[in-house]
Design a protein around this ligand. Structure first.
Ligand SMILES: Nc1ncnc2c1ncn2[C@@H]1O[C@H](COP(=O)(O)OP(=O)(O)OP(=O)(O)O)[C@@H](O)[C@H]1O
Ligand SMILES: [Mg+2]
Length: 257
């Protein structure tokens, strides 16, 4: 395994007074090579409302028409991405903000026409990211992908689920850790308690019985795939002090798979 960490920062924890960015810089100082993937759910909903663009979710995925896509790209690849880059910069890291369209980092195909411009990731240019990591940069990735049909990019941008993007990136890089920073203590089981460990079969059962639902589904699915490929996969409360450092030690959150 590599010394690469893929950390997905949930839109649900963005802006809360957490130590995640500080933890990322500290981990880099210790020799870990961090890659950040971010969401932006709440902020996107806020900006969509400001522009009177209605949206709804199906199975945890935002139905994205042409108007919604413009706001999603502007907020995710613009505002959220650059604020994260600037904040990491202020903490002493050299961060580089990218969308999945930049350098053809993320390829995707339409997931389901009913969802609009929502993509399912079909390819990740891991080598490009390795080049950035080799220069000591911290890639900060907005989950916007380019649509490809066969071997050709169509020029269409697609909104992709940030959790699935983080999972695909972790697998492409052979990351040692995949950590989801979110707004709950971990994955809850039927009794409402966050689990310290969630083995694969139990995870599948909890998804079938809808104990795991909505925004937790793509996280757990990404964790299961990454864990099967050898990554330590954790869902942790990003609002807690030192959450990321504790997650890598298995001392906080839910280790999945
Ligand atoms: N079994 C479960 N255990 C814990 N949380 C769950 C479970 N099932 C569903 N959830 C929901 O998943 C949510 C986290 O996913 P959500 O998509 O809302 O946040 P995020 O992915 O961190 O942010 P963003 O989507 O903006 O990037 C929790 O707030 C919780 O309501
Ligand atoms: Mg989410």
């Amino acid at each position: 395994m590599t010394d690469i960490l893929v950390a997905k920062i949930g839109g649900s924890t963005l802006g809360s007074r957490d130590t995640t960015l500080k933890d990322i810089v500290e981990l880099q100082r210790r020799g870990v090579r961090p890659v950040v993937v971010h969401g932006g759910g709440a902020l996107i909903s806020d900006w969509l409302a400001r522009h009177n663009v209605p949206t709804r979710f199906e199975r945890g995925l935002r139905v994205t028409d042409g108007e919604a896509l413009k706001v999603v790209v502007a907020v995710l690849a613009g505002l959220v991405n650059k604020e994260l880059v600037a904040s990491l910069g202020a903490l002493g890291a050299r961060a580089i903000g990218l969308s999945g369209a930049d350098g053809s980092l993320l390829r995707a195909s339409l997931l389901d026409p009913k969802l609009g411009f929502v993509g399912e990731i079909s390819g990740v240019d891991g080598q490009m990211l390795m080049g950035l990591l080799d220069q000591g940069l911290v890639p900060v990735i907005a989950p916007i992908a380019m649509e490809w049909q066969g071997e050709r990019p169509t020029g269409q941008l697609l909104n992709t689920n940030a959790d699935s993007a983080a999972g695909a990136i972790a697998r492409a890089l052979g990351a040692r850790w995949l950590v989801f920073l979110t707004d709950v203590p971990g994955v809850r089981s039927a009794d409402g308690q966050a689990l310290a460990r969630l083995p694969a079969e139990e995870a599948r059962r909890l998804m079938e019985s809808s104990v795991i639902e909505g925004g937790m589904i793509p996280k757990v699915e990404a964790c299961l795939k990454a864990a099967a490929a050898g990554s330590m996969s954790v869902v942790v409360d990003g609002r807690q002090e030192g959450a990321l450092l504790s997650a890598l030690e298995g001392a906080a959150g839910t280790v999945v798979g």
